[in-house]
Design a protein around this ligand. Structure first.
Ligand SMILES: Cc1cc2nc3c(=O)[nH]c(=O)nc-3n(C[C@H](O)[C@H](O)[C@H](O)COP(=O)(O)O)c2cc1C
Length: 407
């Protein structure tokens, strides 16, 4: 019977020992040179002891010239290979899978930490007063697009050689892959834009290149938006079509999320919906997707109660439950679920009262990153951590990177 503690076998034969996955969370915890830090590796040791089936790392960047955050890990060559091996060994002896999430930020790249910003088309982010933090992207040439595709494959292969047991493409949340999919950010008139099959060409080529470089029996997953939730953006119907393309290609696991920097539905959900959908933000999508494809499905966003997780697994087509913020405050949560000691994992929303920042998650995300860093430093998470500290931390890391970049 399918329940949260039962194992799950992916089509390629890899076994997740239970149905709990830590979804990707950018830790902003690499070294100044974008290698995995000691603390980052330690956080994964702690999480692995907590016993989930799968740990997906925070986004690992394919190009040091295209950062999402100041302290991202970047893997573009073998210079940090020994540290990558250490990171992969953080789960040693636990049977927990560890997969890197691989990403390129495209236009969602802070101007302070990137010399150049690129995207499918020269369309800037619309973030009101926060828009100034991002440059107008330069539309990528055909040659540059192929270079980025190759980089995705290169990063996945190096991580595989280091000992990671699978990988995930970040195709959600308004980053480059998602920018290609959406007509709001992709108005190209060549083979990379226009019809949905043209807009999906980038993600399909990224998948094919990774597959070419890692071989046929290595798990490749994708995190993709159920929709952008923006007028003129990537719709649910389009998303269904794209997962059908990916499923036909043989992708091993599809994680569903939603939203972009402009509309951060991934962390906010839709509070107007019924309790179960309010808790599991994109559950309706899973029901529809299950009728369309056989590929395993992972759902992330809002799960907090064990009973809701169990119900979502038992009632519908969901195979694996994804959790992010709860892992920052309850690193041992899978064990706590299995021994029945906790039914609900509360996750506060820290705010500082500056409306546009609070709305965009500009305080909430660094607050949770600081919790990850506490875990990595051997400290306990701190639920009463001051929100203003998180804001300061986020400013400080951008500021230092700015001077580092310009020195
Ligand atoms: C601090 C933080 C960093 C995040 N970074 C990433 C990321 O690198 N890649 C990604 O796909 N999602 C990222 N997310 C989104 C989460 O994976 C997840 O989709 C979202 O938090 C909703 O799940 P939850 O309600 O269980 O937290 C991040 C979320 C947080 C809180």
């Amino acid at each position: 019977m399918k329940n949260i503690a039962s194992s799950f076998t992916l089509p390629n034969g890899s076994v997740l020992k239970n149905r709990i996955a830590k979804s990707a969370m950018s830790e902003n915890f690499g070294t100044r040179n974008h290698a995995p830090s000691k603390g980052l590796i330690n956080a994964y040791k702690v999480w692995a002891k907590g016993n989930p089936g799968l740990l997906i790392t925070g986004n690992v960047m394919v190009d040091s010239m295209a950062l999402g955050e100041a302290r991202n890990v970047v893997v573009e060559d073998y210079k940090d290979f020994e540290l990558l091996k250490k990171w992969a060994r953080s789960v040693e002896g636990t049977g927990v899978h560890l997969w890197p999430q691989i990403n390129h930020p495209g236009r969602q790249a802070f101007a302070a930490i990137n010399r150049k910003t690129v995207g499918p088309s020269a369309i800037s982010l619309n973030l009101g007063s926060a828009s100034k933090m991002f440059k107008m992207p330069i539309a990528l040439s055909d040659e540059e697009i192929w270079d980025i595709i190759k980089r995705f494959g290169n990063t996945a292969r190096i991580m595989k050689e280091a000992g990671f047991t699978g990988c995930q493409i970040h195709g959600a949340h308004g980053y480059l892959v998602s920018q290609f999919l959406s007509s709001n950010s992709n108005i190209r008139t060549d083979k990379w834009g226009g019809s949905l099959s043209n807009r999906a060409r980038f993600v399909l080529e990224v998948y094919r290149e990774i597959r070419r470089q890692v071989g046929s029996d290595y798990p490749i997953a994708i995190k993709i938006n159920s929709a952008d939730f923006q007028r003129g953006g990537f719709t649910e119907e389009e998303s269904m079509e794209v997962i059908r393309f990916l499923s036909n290609e043989g992708i091993d696991l599809i994680e569903i999320s939603g939203g972009t920097y402009e509309r951060p539905a991934m962390i906010q959900g839709d509070r107007k919906k019924s309790t179960i959908s309010r808790e599991a933000y994109f559950l309706d999508y899973i029901e529809k997707a299950r009728k369309l494809i056989k590929t395993p499905l992972l759902l992330t966003g809002g799960f907090r109660s064990v009973s809701v997780m169990e119900k979502a697994l038992q009632d519908g087509g969901l195979d694996v439950v994804g959790l992010a913020r709860p892992f920052c405050l309850y690193p041992n949560l899978a064990n706590q679920i299995f021994d029945g000691s906790v039914e609900r994992f509360e996750t506060p929303i820290p705010l500082i009262g500056i409306k546009f920042l609070d709305k965009l998650g500009g305080v909430e995300l660094p607050w949770y990153e600081l919790q990850i860093q506490r875990i990595g430093k051997g400290k306990s998470p701190k639920t009463n951590l001051l929100a203003i500290l998180a804001f300061w931390f986020s400013l400080k890391s951008l500021f230092f990177k700015y001077f580092w970049k310009n020195k």
